[in-house]
Design a binder for this molecule. Structure first.
Ligand SMILES: CNc1ncnc2c1ncn2[C@@H]1O[C@H](COP(=O)(O)O)[C@@H](O)[C@H]1O
Ligand SMILES: [Zn+2]
Length: 347
């Protein structure tokens, strides 16, 4: 495989995306539409996206989210962003997407509940428009909000879990990892778990968080976001291995956010060699200027994966979704139907 054909293989490959933050996933095209609505903010392209070859510190990434949040502060903005992001993932060959976002009360008058309702409306509209993708939603807890905001988000998630007809499946814990401590979130996360909500937690995205990670692993989470520095503790690796907790690996995010220096050093290699479950994900396809097909291509090149290995990774990711057994079965059937077409380009 070479050049365009190679990229076509990764685009044709049916994919599962499990780690995508809504406001980090806004494309340049959508950002332009939003900026045209808010010229007074005077936000330039480089303030919301890290171009090819560029890098930022994680701290700078979190500043970018603050700017993006100023641009997406009305129900119209959130609806537009949700629908555009879903359609872009579908165009990239993603067939199942678990989108996550932090419910916000905004100065423009949006409430957290209305925020969630708007995202769900976007998902429903895409379904009505027959966009070829199954989309579910995880409510995100931003560490910056502390335990009281976390409790509020858990309550909202519980309400929507019951009323959204399996659109809301769980919770995410994210935000600046240097802010707050995991212990502040144990109680609300535990409660969420008891209500049947699934947990996808950002763990060890930065070094020296072994104590917090070990505590949160006690819940235990159903999936781990990044887990970049898990492997610095043998004890933690043992816990993760023993419980078979799938990881969400976001290569470009870690490189551009500078927590990993080179592709070859990415912890993909460590977990792949252990045959531990993981799914490749984008994290913030807008901010990091990537796509899921690009992430698969990067992993294949860096770790010398054959098209069949790549196929297996995308197929196995179905098992790590929070969807019901029936949905997983349907996805597996879909994958098998698409397989001959995908491999036509791989030969
Ligand atoms: C780069 N690594 C990361 N680590 C931790 N949290 C991250 C993140 N990337 C994004 N977020 C979280 O997602 C929010 C933006 O999307 P939503 O407004 O929720 O849709 C950010 O404010 C942050 O809380
Ligand atoms: Zn993330």
């Amino acid at each position: 495989m070479a050049g365009e054909d190679a990229l076509q293989f990764y685009r044709d490959l049916p994919k599962v995306e499990l780690h995508a933050h809504l406001n980090g996933s806004i494309s340049t095209a959508t950002m332009k539409k939003l900026m045209a609505r808010k010229p007074h903010l005077d936000i330039q392209h480089g303030m919301t996206m890290i171009d090819k070859g560029q890098k930022r510190t994680l701290e700078e990434c979190f500043q970018m989210f603050r700017i993006i949040h100023q641009i997406t502060d009305t129900a119209e903005d959130i609806l537009l962003v949700t629908k555009d992001v879903i359609k872009e993932f579908a165009t990239d060959g993603v067939k199942y997407l678990e989108l996550r976002s932090t419910p916000r009360d905004t100065p423009a008058g949006l409430t957290k509940r209305a925020y969630v309702e708007t995202v769900l409306e976007g998902i429903k509209q895409c379904k009505e428009e027959e966009v070829d993708i199954d989309v579910r939603f995880l409510l995100a807890i931003d560490r910056r909000g502390g335990p009281s905001a976390a409790k509020e988000t858990v309550k909202l998630a519980e309400d929507f879990f019951c009323s959204s007809n399996e659109l809301v499946l769980g919770l995410d814990l994210s935000g600046d990892p240097t802010v707050g401590h995991g212990r502040d979130f144990m109680e609300p996360l535990n409660k969420a778990r008891q209500s049947g909500l699934k947990l996808a937690l950002h763990l060890s995205e930065i070094p020296s968080q072994a104590e917090e990670t070990e505590l949160l692993l006690g819940l235990p989470p159903d999936r781990i976001g990044h887990g970049t520095f898990l492997s610095t503790s043998d004890h933690i690796v043992e816990i993760v291995k023993k419980q078979h907790i799938p990881l969400e690996l976001c290569i470009t995010s870690n490189i551009k956010g500078q927590t990993v220096s080179t592709y070859n050093e990415h912890h993909f290699g460590f977990w792949y060699n252990l045959h531990h479950p993981f799914a490749l994900c984008t994290d913030d396809k807008g901010v990091f200027a990537t796509d899921l097909s690009v992430e698969y291509e990067i992993a294949a090149k860096a770790f010398n994966l054959s098209p069949h290995h790549v196929w297996d990774l995308s197929y196995q990711a179905i098992d790590y979704t929070f969807a019901s057994a029936g949905v997983k079965e349907n996805l597996k059937e879909k994958w098998m139907l698409l397989k001959p077409d995908v491999f036509r380009h791989a030969l």
